[in-house]
Design a protein around this ligand. Structure first.
Ligand code: ASP
Length: 319
């Protein structure tokens, strides 16, 4: 991310949400507060009344896409979904042509997921002040609303961030979920973040600043209050050898016996989609300590909050 990227406006309000980098603790806490107000079953708002949201997904998605769509609808927006819309690049239409075409149809928000780094920033620069861009996942680099929903879930279940240990386990090197969770939790003051992975899935040395690294699952889990499991990102390049799934499950799969190494009331998280029987056993995924469906519910609330925040800031700028 270019340091000069104008994610905040001159008033310090969010203009786009492409990354959590550069957002301070206060800004994150404000978003979490706002999300909390939408988190109940009655969570509705009208912050996007009269506005239109386009979901442009260039990579597969079930949860995130449905979640953004419901969030926009529950804020009163019109929604248009263009799955694989960005792949129209292959038909000769450039990404920015697609965006300008949609802007001519009065689209106000572009929710974008893409496997190519930098796409969200490129669109954000191109639309200037007339539309807002929200990242729904950028390559292996960032997934800001996932980081926020993970933080909200942890706050609800653990009461805060100041005294907890969080173990993030799995294919860290290729995980945007891990990067955004680490960014959010470090900013919110979590004192002990551990990344737990086989050596081949450890990120580069200067990434995940301040987090400890552990190549043994049992050690990484010891006394942890939060256990966040990740899927192996088979679709992304980067491993020298194919993963031996049986060996991976043996060494890094979360079983009930292994979970017993964590704190007694530890919560178990997973961003989905899960590979049951690989990184997590069904018994754990569906067990009493799992908060995986709470994460899904919080995803809608967080996205409602982000869209509302962007819409309000846009109104202030236009006034
Ligand atoms: N759904 C998450 C993502 O988009 C996690 C995953 O795919 O494993 O990154």
């Amino acid at each position: 991310m270019n340091a000069a990227f104008p994610q905040l406006d001159v008033g310090g309000r969010l203009r786009h949400l492409v990354t959590l980098d550069g957002l301070g603790r206060g800004a994150l806490e404000e978003l979490l507060e706002r999300a909390e107000s939408f988190a109940g079953p009655a969570g509705r708002g009208d912050a996007l009344k009269g506005l239109t949201v386009a979901n442009l997904f260039g990579e597969p998605s079930t949860r995130t896409r449905a979640s953004f769509e419901l969030a926009a609808l529950r804020q009163g927006a019109l929604v248009v979904n263009l799955d694989n819309a960005l792949s129209s690049r292959a038909k000769g239409e450039t990404l920015l042509d697609t965006v300008r075409t949609l802007q001519a149809m009065r689209v106000d928000f572009f929710v974008i997921r893409d496997a190519e780094p930098g796409v969200q920033e490129r669109v954000a620069r191109a639309v200037g002040d007339t539309a807002c861009v929200v990242s729904a996942g950028e390559a292996h680099l960032s997934h800001p609303t996932q980081g926020l929903l993970d933080a909200l879930t942890i706050r609800q279940c653990r009461g805060g961030f100041d005294r907890i240990s969080v173990a993030i386990v799995g294919d860290i090197a290729r995980s945007r979920v891990a990067r955004s969770a680490h960014r959010a939790l470090a900013t919110l003051g979590v004192p002990d973040i551990r990344i737990v992975a086989p050596r081949a899935m450890m990120p580069e040395a200067d990434a995940f600043a301040g987090a400890s690294r552990c190549e043994s699952l049992d050690e990484g889990l010891a006394g942890a209050d939060v256990v966040m499991m990740l899927r192996i990102q088979h679709e992304r390049a980067g491993l020298a050898e194919p993963v031996d799934l049986a060996a991976y499950r043996r060494d890094f799969g979360l079983t009930a016996a292994r979970l017993a190494h964590a704190a007694p009331n530890a919560i178990v998280m997973h961003p989905g989609p899960m590979n049951r029987g690989v990184e997590i056993d069904p018994e754990v995924a569906d067990g009493a300590q799992s908060v995986i469906l709470r994460q899904v519910a919080n995803g809608v609330a967080v996205r409602m909050a982000v869209l509302a925040e962007l819409a309000e800031a846009r109104r202030v700028r236009a006034a």
